[in-house]
Design a protein around this ligand. Sequence first.
Ligand code: UT7
Length: 361
Amino acid sequence: MPRGNAVVTGYGFYAPSRVVTNHDLEKMVDTSDEWITSRTGIKERRFAAQGENTSTMATRAAKIALERARLRPQDVDLIIVGTCSPDYLFPATACLVQDALGAEHAGAFDVEAACTSFVSAIAVANGMILAGSARNAVVIGAECLSRLLDFKDRNTCVLFGDGAGAVVLEASNASVGVESAVLHADGSKGELLYVKAGGSRVPATNETVAQGQHFIRMQGGEVFKLAVKSMADAAEEALAEAGVGLDEIDLMVPHQANVRIIDAVAKRLHFPMEKVIVNIQRYGNTSAASIPIALAEAAETGKLKKGDRVLLVAFGGGFTWGAAVMEWWGVPIPDRREKTIVERAARTVDDLLDRVRLPSP
Ligand code: UT7
């Protein structure tokens, strides 16, 4: 397989049409628009409609990204979905997306690192493309968190939203592409943000359901403190690994968990907020989907342009955290289709020659 740098050639996002405002939530739980806005920056979020779920949203985002990349589903080598709200425990949501896209030659699996899932999936896809084991990958972050929310728990139900974002990464020498990706974890703090029941440790029973153990629970204050330091440290590490200075970063796209966390990370890094993408006011915390949604929206609105250097930084349950530096390309590789045709023709000629070659005496 041809090797090259992993370059973004397409991007897309999907946000369900149902908008749920803070005022809507005031009618469901003891909260206020004032509290939610001042503590988190969130004004509204999207909730999936009946019949929509993580794989359907992931598929919609992936289709847009593939169209932009001018890559046909049957030419896709790899599909990775980052999610902590998969359709099923198994099969992987990525397999459902593979089927829905008709990506008949693609391998597919999920990456689960909560809100760090998209950055983790980028790290994996980048590694496989650099190693030559995939020519391209559709990397998706998708969540349907509204199905995991307890609308009696005001600590969590006001924070999260649904949606999906995707990028197509391809081997190319047209750009430096992904320049670094660093990942970290601290499993000892897993229970500060988790869904307790439904897995093999606490299987689902009538009792676990009655106690709401299948919903997201979080000790927000503890998570907040760790998020700021970890995200800033990961950003610095990814920059050092890429050999890039913070002054060379055109845009930072952080995980959208809380505008106060984003502010604090930017302050800690001495990075100007004008160069930071913030869209949490419209989508809430969409976990693995927040970075790819923000990336795609920034590219669509012209805030992110070809040749810009982007810093992605994430933090989430696990605990997990990580960052990546990449040069944004965002357009199809110009000569890919021609190259594919030439490669196919060469393979056909090889096959024909093999068939007519006489066995050695
Ligand atoms: O995406 C993965 C990573 N997740 C995060 O990074 C989330 C990190 N944490 C946070 O963003 C913040 O900690 C929260 C937004 C979750 C909470 O903000 P906070 O400033 O840390 O508030 P708190 O948890 O200290 O709660 C303060 C008060 C409490 O009342 P008392 O005990 O002081 O009387 C809560 O009961 O706010 C109360 N409260 C609410 N009040 C109105 C908590 N949720 C609500 C609510 N509406 N929805």
